[in-house]
Design a protein around this ligand. Structure first.
Ligand SMILES: CC(C)(COP(=O)(O)OP(=O)(O)OC[C@H]1O[C@@H](n2cnc3c(N)ncnc32)[C@H](O)[C@@H]1OP(=O)(O)O)[C@@H](O)C(=O)NCCC(=O)NCCS
Length: 196
């Protein structure tokens, strides 16, 4: 798979996360809406040192790739994502993404996920990328489907939230599906900062 620029989307660059990014990410976890969409654990603020520790742990791991998404021009960190728990024997990874709530609803989530998929299938040569998402997280499901993920299964009543049980969806994409999307010109392979 040929990719023009692996790390450049239309509006953002996919870059390494630095320890100095930790205070910015820790602030995102102060937003209960953010953390409740992202995680199954009870919402709690995160210390900068905890986030910094996760960045350093991933840096030393062969199976976990963490990325920062920086808005070009101002070079501001607006989100982060992961391809992690990589099972190299079977070439399968988990994907996660989160943006600062200041940047929701502008299509940047799709751009971040497309950059990670290009990397996963084009550079790491994985066969399958999968994720879980709560059924209550409509914006994320809509975004993953727009990128081309398929709903593959349901963990019924996985989450206890506000006195109710909530399903969690399993979604996945295969390398051949990603290549097919690229052939159809669905804009899934980032083509560099100068493109439309
Ligand atoms: C999920 C997430 C990365 C999506 O990124 P995004 O840049 O906002 O995505 P998009 O701009 O492509 O928007 C996705 C859809 O949600 C809608 N949407 C986005 N933000 C919204 C908001 N605050 N309220 C209502 N709808 C919203 C968009 O209109 C779009 O709907 P459409 O596809 O029908 O047009 C982002 O919302 C986020 O970081 N959420 C918190 C963490 C999280 O939930 N991560 C995923 C866990 S599996």
């Amino acid at each position: 798979m040929e990719i023009e620029n692996l790390f450049a989307g239309r509006h953002m660059d996919m870059a390494a996360l630095e320890e100095s990014d930790a205070p910015i990410i820790a602030r995102w976890f102060d937003d209960p809406e953010f953390v409740r969409r992202f995680e199954a654990v009870p919402a709690r603020p995160r210390a900068t040192a905890e986030i910094a520790g996760q960045i350093l742990t991933a840096r030393d791991s062969q199976d976990d790739y963490l990325f920062g998404f920086r808005l070009r021009g101002i070079n501001a960190l607006v989100g982060y994502g992961a391809l992690d728990g990589i099972n190299w024997r079977n070439r399968v990874a988990w994907l996660a993404v989160a943006l600062s709530s200041d940047y929701w609803g502008r299509g940047l989530g799709r751009e971040a996920v497309r950059l990670m998929l290009s990397y996963a299938f084009g550079e790491l040569e994985l066969h399958r990328v999968q994720l879980t998402v709560f059924a209550s997280n409509g914006p994320a499901i809509s975004m993953y489907e727009a990128v081309g993920f398929q709903r593959e299964g349901v963990y019924r009543e996985f989450l206890q939230r506000d006195g109710q049980r909530v399903d969690m969806l399993l979604m996945g994409m295969l390398a051949r599906e990603w290549i097919e999307l690229a052939k159809k010109g669905r804009d899934c392979i980032p083509s560099g900062p100068d493109s439309q």
